[in-house]
Design a protein around this ligand. Sequence first.
Ligand code: F6P
Length: 323
Amino acid sequence: MNNIAILCSGGDVSGMNPAIKHFVEYSLQKGLTPYFIYDGYEGLIDGSIKKASYQDVAGIITRGGTIIGSARSQRFKDASYRKQAKDNLDKYNIDKLVILGGDGSFKGMDIFYKEHATAFCGIPSTIDNDINKTNYCLGVDTALNVIKNAIDSIRDTASSFKRAFVIETMGRECGYLALASYLTSGAEMCLIPEIPYNLQAFEQSFIGQIQNGRRYFIAIVAEGVKQDSQEIAKWFEETIGIESRVSILGHIQRGGNPSVYDRLMAYKFITYAIDGLLQNKQESVVCFNESGFNYESIEEVVKPYKLDEKLLSCLMENQNVQA
Ligand code: F6P
């Protein structure tokens, strides 16, 4: 069969649309007929499937989000709905799938493969950058640039007003976005779930810095940190003695015009995914690390993700962390 489909599952990322565009173009180039599955596994179950053409993807490369929608599906955990999904694929003679999503989405697809033998290739797509075996997930660079712009703007107002700002980034249980933003924005503090911290360890230094003329502080806090951002702001006010504000960046981190890097990575991820399926790889995920692009098994990809040790040690050294 020559029919191949793409779907997005889980949190959308900026970079999905460039991936969808290249999916259509590269499939056609390779003699395959491309299909869209709308709204993730929900659409697969409900049969929201449509043949795709060049016209569908014209002009989408600049847009964040995904023109085919995404969803987190509870129903796909149920075998009877997965059977319904398989029947829908059969109606369109689709036997190859490209899945843009996170490890949970790949796990679901792996169960589907074991039951129904539909070949698939995953492309790690989450701003959290928390997938094992890949150093990069689609959407991360755009999210980091959104965060960078936000921090740069906040610095302007923080310095004008002599204030501390606690800036909360997304990432679920993973501190990657917070850590990479800290290392690239000149912030004074970074708290992430991977490293235990003790606010007391900052007190002497921060109070001393104010006495020496420091006008403001920028603290970046990952959403997975147990202590909430308001409590950290209170600590700045009550213990450090500086007026403070909280800025929760929230879902703006997921949107926006895809960066050049994400457009390029989307292009490469899709090329590898389709090539892999054409080489008869049945259940794999395209990963990107020191050795370049490679295909990893689901077993490896779903293992717990660990933040880069070198980045972690930079943070620990900079902050002289004492748990
Ligand atoms: O996984 C991506 C992510 O943006 C996380 O960083 C965040 O915790 C979560 O999704 C938010 O989910 P929702 O869009 O369902 O609120």
